[in-house]
Design a protein around this ligand. Sequence first.
Ligand SMILES: NC(=O)c1ccc[n+]([C@@H]2O[C@H](COP(=O)([O-])OP(=O)(O)OC[C@H]3O[C@@H](n4cnc5c(N)ncnc54)[C@H](O)[C@@H]3O)[C@@H](O)[C@H]2O)c1
Ligand SMILES: C[C@@H](O)[C@H](N)C(=O)O
Length: 392
Amino acid sequence: MFHSSKQYLLYNLFQPHATDLRTLCISSYRLSHTVFYRASHVQSSVIMFLRNLYRNTVNLSIRNYSANKCKTKVPKILITGGLGQLGVECARYLRCKYGKDNVILSDIIKPTEEIVNDGPYIFVDILDFKGLQKVVVNHGVDWLIHFSALLSAIGEQNVPLAVRVNIEGVHNVIELAKQYKLRLFVPSTIGAFGPDSPRNPTPNVTVQRPRTIYGVSKVHAELLGEYYYHKFGLDFRCLRFPGVISSDPPGGGTTDYAIAVFHDVLRKGTYQCYLKPDTRLPMMHVRDALRALSEFLDAPNDKLVRRVYNVTSMSFTPEELTAAMSKHIPDFKITYQPDSRQDIADSWPQVFDDSEARRDWNWKPEVDLENLVTLMIKEVKEKIATNGKLPS
Ligand SMILES: NC(=O)c1ccc[n+]([C@@H]2O[C@H](COP(=O)([O-])OP(=O)(O)OC[C@H]3O[C@@H](n4cnc5c(N)ncnc54)[C@H](O)[C@@H]3O)[C@@H](O)[C@H]2O)c1
Ligand SMILES: C[C@@H](O)[C@H](N)C(=O)O
């Protein structure tokens, strides 16, 4: 029993159900009417104190509520492995959307002057957990886009390094994302499938027995991310990209030919392709890839049936790509000399089924083969002109 109304009020204020100050003050104010008012010995000063406390708190709450309603917090985004083919473009895309200073590029490579002038750049080795931790804390990171990796062809050249970067690296970022409650995006790939998977089309959920260390590390990332989501509630998001085509130099993958062919044809008028002319692979222009990434990161959690989705724009062979190029560039020569990358390509999907992404978060590609060729010719010509080497 309480010996005074004040005791009852204090007891009430510290009850666990009275979770915020506003609730506490509303209940105190109500109490001031129901209990104190009736009590003849109550001091009017106590009532005035409680009334003022209530008014101030309600005003404060209204102000906070309005502020929250009008302004959604802009996320602070860290991109690892950001100086590769996708990272630089991704930073540009997200900086337009969220502001220059809210997107931090990081890598272990010395940046060019252009990168430094574009926005924040810092050194981050994803194998250094403490270093990563320091960056996340000091910069108040909310979202982590984890691009660091060794791609399919280069991974086969240095398996121990691929294991470290692609597997240990994921262990570090996933643990960090869990500790600091970050939204974590890790890209996967068509390379996460293997010769036992259906290749035309390859659905979102099917057999995955990849034969490259790159593919194995990506399946590992997908499964670990899903596990952390179910076990710890980590906001893990992963898109399986096809070959991404842009004018920037690719990082040593199997789909790189579809970039190199534009550079070589526009510089030299010839290209020697390391895949057979009829090798069909799923592909996407970087514009679609970055839009997919951004729309997927924005998608409300309750729309996402899965944490990992296939996305694609088109599928083509080297023969089909060069036929489309020849409508714009009349004279060039393509020769074919397949190498070890042919075996990798032969184990990958030919046509990617992204119907689940279309269904759940309205994914829709915009750049088809004709547009891709037009964009690439324009962008590669601009790159060559900047470097001063456009052939006559
Ligand atoms: N480009 C594509 O076609 C494609 C398709 C599917 C998925 N992806 C995935 O997207 C991501 C980015 O691809 P990309 O094409 O930009 O790759 P990329 O090879 O061009 O860039 C990878 C970057 O990782 C960095 N890196 C390597 N070791 C590191 C370390 N210890 N610490 C920090 N950074 C390190 C490299 O310096 C490099 O800049 C990768 O995870 C890749 O698997 C790419
Ligand atoms: C497909 C993708 O993962 C990358 N471009 C590679 O070929 O390795």
